[in-house]
Design a protein around this ligand. Structure first.
Ligand code: ADP
Ligand code: MG
Length: 221
């Protein structure tokens, strides 16, 4: 699913920051990989590059067999739309939309007709155990439930890859466990997952773990 060769990322400006220093990574189809590491080590930078939200300044990146290293922003957006679902620390649900409407949102942008949107969003909420909450607003749900709606939204277009950046960062450990179980179920259904976290307890539950340190990725110590 993912092959990178010596990715580097330098944020420009007066005092340049080398956020990635030669990251080589392979993630197979169907894997569930956790990337841990302290704050400032480059985890979100790597996530943004893997997610085609930003480009590396050096190295190569192949996503699902396609060389995406030097695509322009329009082509990156196209790849992103077809291949990748995102989950972030802040659930980023729209406050005036119900759980069902939030989950269906990516389909609105694709011009999917209302009836099909509702059916697919209902199925997506079912898959994260929240069908009974479909008509609730985000403010009427717990943080863990909101994050599960965000997962349903991320996967409603059926992308092969889910990237999650600190998805349990704002949650207590019980809700965090709920999110992990939910992602494990989606992984078992075939979605490749890269989970970024600074929580060792969360990471230990994943199939495979790597550690980011000062822009370099390696085996955890
Ligand atoms: P993490 O997610 O592990 O906390 P980040 O990838 O956010 O780490 O940041 C890695 C390094 O890059 C940090 O030193 C951070 O200050 C720097 N950095 C991140 N984003 C930017 C940016 N847009 N411009 C300049 N420096 C940045
Ligand atoms: Mg981060």
């Amino acid at each position: 699913m993912i092959v990178t060769r010596e990715l580097s990322k330098v944020y420009g400006g007066a005092c340049a920051v080398e956020a990635l220093r030669g990251v080589s990574l392979e993630v197979r189809d169907g894997e569930f990989l956790a990337i841990v590491g302290p704050s400032g080590s480059g985890k979100s930078t790597l996530m943004n590059v893997l997610g085609c939200l930003d480009s590396a300044t050096g190295g190569r990146y192949f996503l699902d067999g396609e060389d995406v290293t030097r695509l322009d922003s329009d082509d990156l957006a196209r790849v992103r739309g077809r291949k990748i679902g995102f989950v972030f620390q802040n659930f980023n649900l729209l406050p005036h939309l119900t759980a069902l409407e939030n989950a269906a949102l990516p389909l609105v942008y694709r011009g999917v007709p209302l009836r099909e949107r509702r059916e697919r969003a209902a199925a997506a909420l079912q898959s994260v155990g929240l069908y009974h909450r479909r008509d609730h607003l985000p403010a009427q749900m717990s943080g863990g439930q909101q994050q599960r709606v965000a997962i349903a939204r991320a996967l409603i277009t059926r992308p092969p890859l889910l990237l999650a950046d600190e998805p349990t960062g704002n949650l207590d450990s019980a809700s965090g466990g709920e999110i992990l179980r939910c992602m494990e179920a989606r992984n078992a259904a075939g979605t490749t997952i890269v989970l970024i976290t600074h929580d060792e307890g969360v990471a230990r539950r994943c199939q495979r773990r790597l550690e980011m340190r000062d822009g370099r990725l390696g085996e955890p110590r």
